[in-house]
Design a protein around this ligand. Structure first.
Ligand SMILES: NC(=O)c1ccc[n+]([C@@H]2O[C@H](COP(=O)([O-])OP(=O)(O)OC[C@H]3O[C@@H](n4cnc5c(N)ncnc54)[C@H](O)[C@@H]3O)[C@@H](O)[C@H]2O)c1
Length: 446
């Protein structure tokens, strides 16, 4: 990424295989300012580093030929902690930036890793594409379907590698499991059931308090309509408020719903329904803590996902997982990098285990070793221009299933969907939830 010759425009066009059509397709001048050679160091800005982002930023910094050049957070404490962590693991000193748009101005930066709250994902990722940066954006890739579609459009328009954090797409034994499914090890797989359980505590009723001095709450809210600051929102609990979060269905459901959609080889559903609510406690928490989403697909296939945020009684001995049912057997995955195949008599015919036991319920993610598969796939694609395992179009289609589940939940209706794009048919009230209101001045354009 640092050599002079790589920076020529001619070289870029050759490497990206675009010809002049690529440029006519809306590439901005910024997007071809820096070209990455196969052996060049990739420079990344880590954006949003309190929980997930702190571990992932350090994981990026540990990858060969990758440098975390910037650490960006609107919370000065979170930023300082991760900057120190990077210096410890990589012996480099990243720059700090409260506003990540400052980092995007740096032409030597190749990409961003984003682990902000959900309402920032698509708007921030689109800004990064427009600045010519490649993007690894955490799941869910969008807060609502409208901005998910815009993010796919931006990735293609600016010809950037955009990968979502659905890391199971890069886990070797889950890839093998999907291959087995698709080659018919359980015959025709027609139903999958996924689940996630936890024992989250109540969040109480928030009090209006002063914003702490280390936090820029205005920038934290960014594209979301303004709400007063309360003491039960930051960090993490924003997940359970519709203005910023997307509930357990997208927070954790995305992982298993993505694996089930992949294994069954389906895209848009014909019909979606959801049952549940905030059942366990009465407090400020708005999204369901108990939810069952059912999705039907063409060709006699369906998916069911069960989320229990406040009762962690396991299924198959595991707090999360997915089961595929076919006409010649069953496959069980329990959220880690492994799977078991059963014959029609429920006898185990194949068992594939990971070498290392994983805590699949750790809120910060599955740990460095498994996350590194997805990170290195992203970095490879930044260097070779290929589509990543968790390409944004794949990510968007899976996240859309979870979003449709939440729209069905919030309207209390069964949704019928267009097979071309998943849009909701003949239901204006449901389609009103396809997009959100943005804070004035924060509308997204691609
Ligand atoms: N792939 C996985 O397995 C996995 C695991 C955990 C979390 N996640 C995802 O990661 C994201 C973050 O989750 P978390 O638990 O760390 O949340 P968190 O609330 O603990 O951390 C979010 C951080 O983003 C910062 N932030 C907010 N706005 C910002 C902005 N404009 N610029 C820079 N920083 C900003 C906050 O100050 C905070 O430090 C979520 O979207 C979550 O779904 C993914």
């Amino acid at each position: 990424m640092q050599t002079e010759k790589d920076n020529s425009r001619r070289d870029f066009i050759k490497k990206a295989g675009l010809g002049s059509a690529g440029l006519a397709f809306g590439m901005s001048a910024k997007s071809y300012a820096r070209i990455i050679g196969a052996n060049d160091r990739v420079r990344i800005a880590a954006i949003g580093v309190n929980g997930r982002g702190n571990g992932m930023a350090k994981n990026f910094a540990k990858q060969p030929n990758c440098e975390v050049t910037y650490v960006c957070d609107v919370d000065a404490n979170a930023m300082a902690k991760t900057m120190a962590g990077i210096t410890e693991v990589a012996k480099t000193k990243p720059k700090g930036a409260k506003d990540f748009r400052k980092a995007l101005e740096d032409k030597s930066l190749d990409g961003v890793y984003m682990a902000t709250p959900d309402h920032w994902h698509a708007p921030g990722a689109i800004m990064a594409c427009q600045a010519g940066k490649h993007v690894y954006v955490e799941k869910p890739c969008s807060h609502n379907p409208y901005e998910g579609e815009l993010l796919v459009e931006a990735a293609r328009k600016y010809n950037r590698v955009v990968q979502m954090g659905n890391q199971r797409r890069s886990w070797p034994k889950i890839m093998e499991c999907v291959q087995e499914l698709q080659s018919g090890i359980i015959g025709r797989a027609y139903f999958a059931k996924g689940w996630y359980t936890n024992n989250r505590k109540p969040i109480g009723v928030g009090k209006l308090v002063a914003v702490p001095a280390h936090l820029d709450y205005e920038l934290w809210q960014g594209p979301a309509p303004r709400r007063p600051y309360k003491d039960n929102l930051i960090h993490y609990n924003w997940h359970w408020f519709w203005n910023w979060g997307t509930g357990e269905a997208l927070n954790n459901g995305t992982h298993e719903i993505d694996v089930m959609r992949w294994g069954l080889g389906v895209e848009y559903p014909t019909r979606v329904s959801s049952s549940g609510g905030r059942y366990a406690y009465q407090d400020d928490w708005e999204t369901p803590d108990t939810q069952v989403i059912i999705m039907d697909f063409p060709n006699r296939i369906s998916i069911q996902w069960e989320g229990r945020s406040c009762n962690n009684y396991p299924i198959e001995g595991s707090g999360r997982g997915a089961i595929f049912y076919g006409d010649k057997g069953t496959i069980v995955t329990t959220g880690d990098n492994g799977y078991t195949v059963y014959d029609p008599g429920n006898k185990v015919i194949k068992e594939v285990k990971d070498e290392v036991k994983t805590n699949t319920l750790d809120p910060a993610g599955p740990g460095d070793r498994l996350d590194a598969f997805h990170i290195s796939n992203f970095l490879d694609c930044v260097r070779n221009g290929k589509r990543p395992n968790g390409d944004i179009e794949i990510g968007h289609k899976s996240v859309l299933l979870c979003q449709l589940g939440n729209i069905a939940q919030r309207t209390g209706r069964v949704l019928n969907c267009d097979q071309k794009n998943g849009h909701i048919l003949n239901d204006k009230e449901a389609m009103d939830l396809w997009r959100r209101e943005y804070e004035k001045g924060w509308d997204i354009t691609v």
